[in-house]
Design a protein around this ligand. Structure first.
Ligand code: AGP
Length: 615
């Protein structure tokens, strides 16, 4: 949700700013811009509407003359104000302060009214411009840039990740974070800031992760950090294990395609050191995991989007296998109601980014409601707001996911939740050694099973053509497959812009069956489980209303025998844990190929951003 990059070096910074923006484009791509302090400490700025490519073209048209040793840049996901040049960052106040912002200043109207009385004028409709003016105003009474920022920030309510430069202080960048991620890259010939390490991997692997409320003064050879209360603090430098190539496309056409095909390896990485030959290591959830799990009596899962769908699958597993009550809720609802949270609850947040604002706030809300709960976050991001706020941390090890549509983060979340289910079941003594071994065997088979499911791509590609002229689609499943159907529908919506809904197959007759006609493709998932016969009856009900049906089945489900259905065998004889993970694969491939046919921007679908760090 907006990407920030900046740096102060002894070389020209523009190339790095552009490169960084390209790596951050997954965070938003409505407009982008950069600003440097040129030779005589004059701001030189370029901004463009649309993708970073447009900014690059804009700079080329200006003969790439924007150059300087200090600069900041931004790629935007619009919240306040449409994606226009004037609303694009960086914003400037009085030719003295310029900044880029990720987050929302909630009291900006009040601040703006006050600043208008002080003679400030506004060039944009954003909430961000008030920050620039507030800092400029504070500079009149403060002797340093950082003290001006510290003073100005006191008046903001909301969230911010900020990169600030000033023509009056040409040797420094000020970085500040509250509610939005920001890292400092520690380099040899300079120091840098970014919303995400990926933007800076070409210049450094050493990072300082700012904590909530931190403000840093960054010079070419010195970094000074203060906490929220103004105390000088020492934050550790950590070495990133990300490799620059990990964020490249390689031989693939799209990141989503690459990430779908990376799933076997991502799952191997997630399982590594978390299982032995025949058992799950509870300690993988942290040193205190065994003690915490032995105390808990129920589980509450909170997440958004794809992560929420993973939580829905886990509810079936936790209640069915680990015999522990489990509720799942979307974070944006949970945070604003007044839920009852019993003692001995394990409160789990699921999030690829670890930064989703609703999920972070829901966790904070839960802690306020009942401080006796234990918290676990399952995330793909080691240094994130959620990891900082949780008692137990489990990293999914999916590797960087760049495509806005989540794929490998979903299947690795499911693997993590399967390990959790097994751990809880073991501690509560409701699963025996044999059952544990079966779960572990199933998990170990997953990479091979996914590779087999991926072999159906050619057939799925042919089916995708049918969606070219369709406006809606319905996904059906029962049990855990209802959650997988939800994930399939979300994928199709996100990247092909076809309206899609998922229903538990048994619920269809209570209303949605009225939608069925020849123009409504229905996609069903038919594993060979105890609900198969019920599902087959539901499919007959749909077929007799003239729908074009596509069924992804277990070979032994024998849906083939029903007429007028396109049936694609995906696998055979899967268990309760492996089946939902494997049936996810054809749905990912289907949405990917429909998006290609519809010629949408697969990795950067309209109106979306990868990490939703605002409400
Ligand atoms: C999934 O394809 C979406 N991009 C989106 O629903 C995403 O899962 C959601 O925003 C939650 O993100 P998180 O996992 O990073 O918290």
């Amino acid at each position: 949700m907006c990407g920030i990059v900046g740096g102060v070096t002894n070389k020209d910074i523009t190339t790095l700013l552009l490169e960084g923006l390209n790596h951050l484009e997954y965070r938003g791509y409505d407009s982008s811009g950069l600003i440097v302090l040129s030779k005589n400490n004059i701001f030189d700025r370029a901004r463009s509407v649309g993708k970073v490519k447009n900014l690059e073209d804009n700079l080329k048209a200006r003969d790439n003359k924007i150059k300087g040793n200090i600069g900041i840049a931004h790629t935007r996901w619009a919240t306040h104000g449409e994606p226009t040049i004037n609303n694009a960052h960086p914003h400037i106040s009085m030719n003295s302060v310029s900044l880029v912002h990720n987050g929302i200043i909630e009291n900006y109207v009040e601040l703006k009214n006050d600043q208008l009385t002080k003679g400030y004028t506004f060039a944009s409709e954003t909430d961000t411009e008030v920050i620039a003016h507030a800092i400029d105003f504070a500079m009149k009474s403060c002797s340093t840039l950082i003290s001006s920022v510290q003073l100005a920030i006191k008046s903001f309510s909301g969230s911010y990740g900020l990169g600030i430069i000033s023509s009056k202080y040409p040797d420094q960048i000020i970085a500040a974070r509250k509610g939005s991620p920001l890292v400092i890259g520690v380099g040899v010939n300079g120091n840098y800031i970014a919303s995400d390490q990926m933007a800076l991997l070409s210049v450094t692997k050493e990072f300082i992760f700012l904590e909530e409320g931190d403000i840093a003064e960054i010079k070419i050879d010195k970094i000074t950090i203060y906490d929220l209360d103004g105390n000088l603090v020492d934050r550790p430098i950590k070495t990133s294990n990300l490799k620059p190539g990990q964020t490249d496309l390689g031989n693939y056409d799209h990141f989503m395609q690459k990430e779908i095909f990376e799933q076997p390896q991502a799952i191997r990485d997630t399982l590594e050191s978390r299982i032995t030959n025949d058992s799950v290591l509870i300690s993988a959830f942290g040193d205190k995991a065994e003690e915490i799990v032995s105390r808990i009596k129920q589980v509450q899962i909170i997440a958004c989007g794809t992560s929420y769908n993973a939580g829905l699958v886990a509810k079936y597993w936790l209640e069915d296998i680990a015999k522990i009550p489990c509720n799942v809720e979307v974070a944006s609802e949970y945070r604003y109601r007044h839920p009852i949270l019993l003692n001995n609850t394990l409160f789990i947040t699921l999030s690829q980014s670890g930064e989703t604002a609703d999920t972070v706030e829901a966790l904070k809300t839960a802690k306020k409601i009942n401080n006796n709960i234990s918290t676990l976050c399952i995330t793909n991001s080691a240094e994130s707001s959620l990891t900082r706020l949780s008692d137990l941390i489990f990293l999914t090890h999916a590797g960087p996911e760049i495509g806005v549509a989540s794929t490998k983060s979903f299947t690795t979340q499911l693997v993590s939740l399967a390990l959790l289910t097994c751990s809880i079941g073991k501690i509560k003594q409701v699963i025996n050694k044999k059952q544990e071994r079966e779960i572990v065997d199933g998990l170990k088979r997953l990479p091979g099973l996914i590779n087999e499911a991926l072999l159906q791509e050619t057939q799925i590609k042919k089916l995708a053509i049918r969606f070219k002229t369709k406006n809606s689609a319905l996904f059906l499943g029962r049990g855990t497959m209802h959650a997988i159907a939800m994930e399939g529908a979300l994928k199709l919506k996100e990247i092909s812009y076809i309206h899609a809904e998922a229903y538990p197959a048994g619920e269809l007759k209570h209303g949605p069956i009225a939608l069925i006609d020849k123009d409504m493709p229905v996609i069903a998932i038919a594993p060979n489980d105890e609900l198969l016969e019920k599902l087959k009856s539901n499919l007959q009900e749909v077929k007799s209303r003239g729908s074009q049906m596509i069924v992804f089945e277990d070979e032994n489900s024998k849906v083939q025998e029903l007429e007028a259905m396109e049936v694609i065998p995906i696998t055979s004889n899967l268990g309760r844990i492996t089946a939902p993970i494997i049936f996810t694969i054809p749905l990912q491939l289907l949405s990917y190929h429909v998006a290609l046919i519809k010629e949408t921007d697969v990795d950067k679908p309209r109106n979306l951003a990868k990490s939703v760090t605002v409400e």
